[in-house]
Design a protein around this ligand. Structure first.
Ligand code: MN
Length: 276
């Protein structure tokens, strides 16, 4: 057994996006540009409506997937095909933008706390121009595994060594998306395929990995090994995210993520010409 060490740790970067939503960017910053197969990770958390109320009005995506996980609050999405839905507390939306989608993501609340994550997952070239699609699950469809020491694991996608399996299916990167709660002193340990890239995003408390400490709000990108071992040094909550690296060139222009500059120019042209 080889426990994965921390290869790199970063603090979240406060920023804003959409029409002025305050958030903390954990991946997709100058310090941590991307982590194949992941492109970006944002955490939003505020009880002040002015921090989130403007939401994310109509905007396009092409070439990757957006994953919205609501810890608290309600977000409504609508796209240019007429599809719409509500992501509520504990729910997940795994959206494949593929060849292109234009959508809005707007809070369905004017007060109270809104808290959650948006992760961007890259697609391999063979799927970048695929049909858009959604996988959406409410909180009651996401298994919660209870472990010794008061550790709980919400399994959004992937399978734990103890058998819990998340509802989201994604063949492209074989993803792991676990939301772990661990009281101070507890240890979360999980075997994880050595060919997966793995990271953790700490959003409450503090953890220690192979002697190195990371506190909220921070991210740690893990090095080589076949096991993840995370000790909560304070009451902690964190995401464990893992997937098979795609190992292709990444050319990103805002919400378009392709393999070449020519494909980006095509994406901009297609969007401007109304071909999404
Ligand atoms: Mn979006």
């Amino acid at each position: 057994m080889t426990v994965r060490p921390i290869a790199k740790a970063v603090k979240g970067m406060p920023t804003s996006d959409g029409a002025g939503v305050r958030l903390t960017r954990l991946l997709g910053t100058p310090e941590a540009q991307n982590f194949d197969p992941f492109l970006m990770l944002d955490h939003f958390d505020s009880a002040e409506a002015s921090d989130y109320i403007a939401g994310f009005p109509d905007h396009p995506h092409r070439g990757f997937e957006t994953v919205t996980y609501m810890l608290e609050g309600k977000m409504r999405h609508r796209d240019n095909t007429g599809r719409e839905g509500l992501i509520e507390t504990g729910g997940i939306q795994w959206m494949r933008a593929g060849r292109g989608i234009i959508h809005s993501e707007l809070p369905e609340q004017t007060e109270g706390r809104m808290r959650g994550f948006q992760l961007w997952v890259n697609l391999p070239s063979r799927l970048k121009m695929s049909e858009p699609g959604y996988q959406e699950f409410d909180a009651d469809k996401i298994p919660v595994e209870t472990r010794e020491g008061g550790v709980t694991v919400k399994v959004v996608t992937g399978k734990t060594a103890r058998g819990a399996r998340g509802p989201v299916e994604d063949s492209a990167i074989d993803p792991i998306y676990f939301d772990v709660t661990a009281p101070a002193g507890a240890v979360f340990e999980e075997p994880l395929s050595a060919d997966h890239a793995a990271m953790i995003a700490i959003y409450e408390g503090e953890v220690k990995v192979e002697g190195r400490t990371v506190a909220a709000l921070g991210a740690a990108f893990l090095g080589f090994g076949d096991t993840v071992r995370i000790e909560a040094t304070r009451d902690a909550r964190f995401l464990l995210l893992a997937g098979k690296p795609i190992r292709e060139p990444v050319v990103q222009y805002g919400p378009f993520v392709m393999n070449t500059r020519e494909e980006i120019i095509q994406a901009v042209n297609d969007f401007q010409a109304g071909r999404f």
